[in-house]
Write a protein of this length. Structure first.
Length: 207
């Protein structure tokens, strides 16, 4: 078993937040190379393209929730977006994101807990690769909704296995029934090509 597969298995099977943080600490240096060059991680490109199609103007304020090493931020920057903040649980991953010099602000945060961010701070939120096994569950939607302005968009991916295990559709549907957001698009797309995994790419508008 290769080191790359070992570390990938560790992040998908972490039994605690400390285990997850340790796994990402060990992977941070090789993360971009492993996922992009070796594994075919296409979810960021697919999600950013979908996200952009719903946005108006380049001067909007965007949050990259679970930004990791900044793959999504870099793609957004290439498309002309300049006001991007990032949150992640791993300090080592945030260091790598900072090196890309595409974020206005970066902070360590636990997306499953209350965020130290005021209501209605962001025009749009994107979260790619965060809603997956042993990471962040659908409970995080409440805080993402709180910090997004009415009319703003939240775009996120959910890995196929996590979608079933954590019953995302129930939480998403409940929030829509409550009038918190409305579904704009929800498609199935490739996630990591080398492992044949897929994800849901969802876009919701805050109401």
């Amino acid at each position: 078993m290769s080191n790359r597969k070992e570390i990938h298995d560790r992040v998908l099977s972490a039994a605690s937040k400390d285990e997850l943080k340790e796994a990402y600490s060990d992977w941070a240096d090789a993360y971009d190379h492993d996922l992009l060059n070796e594994m075919g991680y296409v979810a960021p490109t697919i999600a950013v393209n979908e996200f952009q199609s719903h946005l108006q103007g380049k001067q909007i304020v965007i949050l990259d929730a679970g930004c990791g090493t900044g793959l999504v931020g870099a793609l957004l920057s290439e498309k002309g977006y300049r006001i991007i903040d990032g949150l992640d649980y791993s300090p080592q991953m945030l260091e790598k994101a900072n090196e890309k010099q595409v974020y206005r602000d970066l902070a360590q945060a636990d997306l499953t807990a209350s965020l130290d961010i005021s209501d209605n701070q962001y025009d749009a939120v994107i979260s790619v690769g965060t809603f997956t096994c042993a990471h962040v569950g659908p409970v995080a939607f409440n805080e993402l909704l709180r910090i997004t302005k009415p009319g703003g968009y939240i775009c996120f991916t959910v890995r196929d296995t996590a979608w079933d295990e954590d019953q995302y559709h129930l939480k998403m549907g409940a929030l829509e029934k409550e009038g918190r957001w409305k579904c704009v698009k929800a498609d199935t797309a490739n996630y990591i090509e080398q492992e044949g995994s897929q994800c849901k790419v969802c876009v919701y508008q805050v109401t």
